[in-house]
Design a protein around this ligand. Structure first.
Ligand code: DC
Length: 223
C-alpha cells in the first residue's frame, strides 16, 4: 500500500529531474524518471528499425523488450535487453525521436501502466515527467509543476550534453526545446500542463538547492 506519492512535472530542462532525484534522496524515498522510460522505448524502436509512427509496431517492440530502471548515486541507470543504455538514451537523436512515443496514445497508456506498477511496488516515491500529476497519479499526495524560461532551460540542457555535443549552438538547443514544448503541450493524450491542484514553481532565478528546499518544505508541511 502506497503511503506517499509526490509528482513533479514540467517542460524539458526545467530542472525537474535533478530536483526530483535530490528530493527523493532527502525524503529517503524511491525515485522514478519517466522520461527515461520514453527514451528507452524510443531506443528499442530505433534498434529494431521500425516505423515509429506505427503505434502497433511500437507496442510490439515495447512488449518484446526488457527494460530495467534503477537509481544509483542519484543517476537513473537504464538497461535495455541487458545492455546498459544509460548514456545512449540521452543522445540527441533519441531525444528527437522520443516525440513519437510521447505522442502515441497506446504507447503512453502502456508506459503509464508500467509507471503505476513500479509505484505500486514502492511504499513512497517521487516521480517526474510530463503527466505524472494529471494522468499517471491523479491522487498523488503532493504535486509540483516546475517551469523556467526557455533561455535558462537551453543553457541547462547544453551544460548536461555529452562533450561532443557541447559546442552545439545555444540558439539551436533553444529552438529544439521550444519545439519540444510545443509538441508536449499540443498532444491530445497526456499533454504537458499543471494539474489543477499542482504547486507551480518558477525555477528561472532559483538554484537547484533553493528549489529542493522549497519543495521539501511543502512536502513536510503537507505530510
Ligand atoms: O524528460 P525527458 O527529456 O527525459 O523526456 C523525454 C521525452 O519523453 C520527451 O519527449 C517528453 C516525453 N515524456 C512524456 O511525454 N511524458 C512523460 N511522463 C515523460 C517524458
Amino acid at each position: 500500500m502506497l503511503k506517499l506519492i509526490v509528482t513533479i512535472d514540467g517542460p524539458a530542462a526545467s530542472g525537474k529531474s535533478t530536483v526530483a532525484r535530490l528530493l527523493a534522496d532527502r525524503l529517503g524515498v524511491s525515485f522514478l524518471d519517466t522520461g527515461a522510460m520514453y527514451r528507452a522505448a524510443t531506443l528499442a524502436a530505433m534498434r529494431a528499425r521500425i516505423d515509429m509512427t506505427n503505434e502497433s509496431e511500437f507496442l510490439r517492440i515495447i512488449e518484446s523488450s526488457k527494460f530495467q530502471f534503477s537509481t544509483e548515486k542519484g543517476k537513473t541507470l537504464v538497461r535495455l535487453d541487458g545492455d546498459d543504455v544509460t548514456d545512449e538514451i540521452r543522445r540527441p537523436d533519441v531525444t528527437a525521436n522520443a516525440r513519437y512515443a510521447a505522442s502515441a496514445p497506446k504507447v503512453r497508456a502502456r508506459l503509464v501502466e508500467m509507471q503505476r506498477q513500479i509505484a505500486a511496488e514502492k511504499e513512497k516515491i517521487v516521480t517526474e515527467g510530463r503527466d505524472q500529476g494529471t494522468v499517471a497519479f491523479p491522487d498523488a499526495n503532493v504535486k509540483f509543476f516546475l517551469t523556467a524560461d526557455a533561455k535558462t532551460r537551453a543553457g541547462r540542457r547544453q551544460a548536461e550534453m555529452p562533450d561532443t555535443d557541447k559546442r552545439r549552438d545555444i540558439g539551436q538547443v533553444r529552438r529544439d526545446i521550444e519545439a519540444r514544448d510545443k509538441s508536449d503541450q499540443d498532444r491530445e493524450i497526456g499533454p504537458l500542463r499543471p494539474a489543477d491542484d499542482a504547486i507551480v514553481v518558477d525555477t528561472t532565478k532559483l538554484s537547484i538547492e533553493e528549489v529542493v528546499q522549497r519543495l521539501l518544505e511543502y512536502v513536510e508541511g503537507k505530510c
